[in-house]
Design a protein around this ligand. Structure first.
Ligand code: ZN
Length: 273
């Protein structure tokens, strides 16, 4: 198999490249060929080098604060040379406030100080497998799970006060819960009532009382996502997806891996809505 070729470049004037060198080495350890341009490259030089070296992806690193002008300039220089299909990703010291702007300007992804080199490597690999298109982003919140003592009692608030329509009620025996879905626009509220003492919802209610229990995100390729996330150290409650309510495959990310929130990945089975 052809090796993925990555250009690591440091646009701008900052004079430290230890971080860039660490990243270059980490990507080599992941089996990629890495070309490092050295310090203080102009966006023109970077675009030129990327084309000459026939790289698959460009990684820009900036510590100097000039990323807002220099990163978009690299994208523009590539476009002017008909090489706009080479994806550009960035990292270094980038305040979160600047990230939406950089994404708007055509940078594919910005890695922040909390990102690992393993996450970077697996992002690049995914990018290549799908020919330059980032794997599909989740499109919506599938539902918000709310633990209640008793669905019959909780229901009137949602239907009479919030004027939501009850869509579907079901027992999910594997989780020991009864669930009720109320549609709200593109998404739903899922009320969860424990069916027996061993239900995790029962334990949740005993510990914290009624309230938000989890957030479910609508995804495709749940198995592939799980594998990729596990490779990057994300902990799940189960090793493989399980059967969820409403014809779905679901997997729960442990709150310790998700900043204190129980997140459910939820894939709609084919042929159902
Ligand atoms: Zn759920």
């Amino acid at each position: 198999m052809k090796k993925i070729r990555v250009l690591i470049a440091k646009p701008g004037l900052d004079g430290h490249d230890r971080g860039a060198l660490v990243i270059a080495q980490a990507l080599r350890d992941h089996g990629m060929e890495v070309i490092y341009t050295g310090l203080r490259q102009s966006p023109q030089q970077i675009a030129q080098a990327a084309i000459q070296e026939d790289v698959d992806v460009i990684g820009l690193s900036s510590l100097s604060g000039a990323h807002r002008t220099l990163f978009p300039k690299v994208v523009q220089e590539l476009e002017q040379r008909n090489a706009g299909d080479i994806p550009v990703i960035g990292g270094g010291v980038i305040p979160s406030e600047d990230i939406p702007y950089l994404l708007e300007q055509g940078i594919k992804k910005i890695f922040t100080s909390g990102s690992t080199t393993d996450a970077l490597a697996s992002f690049i690999k995914e990018l290549m497998q799908v020919n330059g298109h980032v794997v599909s982003k989740p499109k919506k919140i599938a539902h918000i799970g709310i633990a209640v003592q008793n669905i019959e009692q909780a229901l009137s608030f949602y239907t009479d006060m919030l004027h939501l329509d009850l869509e579907h009620v079901e027992h999910v025996e594997s989780e020991g819960v009864k669930v009720a879905f109320l549609r709200i626009g593109e998404t739903r509220i899922e009320l969860l009532e424990p069916l027996h003492e061993d239900s995790s919802i029962k334990r949740f209610l005993e510990k914290q009382g009624e309230g938000i229990h989890h957030i479910a995100i609508d995804v495709d390729n749940i198995e592939a996502r799980m594998t990729q996330m596990k490779t990057n150290g994300v902990k799940f409650s189960n090793d493989a997806p399980t059967q969820g309510a409403h014809d779905t495959k679901v997997a729960f990310i442990h709150p310790k891996s998700a900043h204190g929130v129980l997140i459910e990945l939820c894939e709609q089975m084919k042929g159902s809505e």
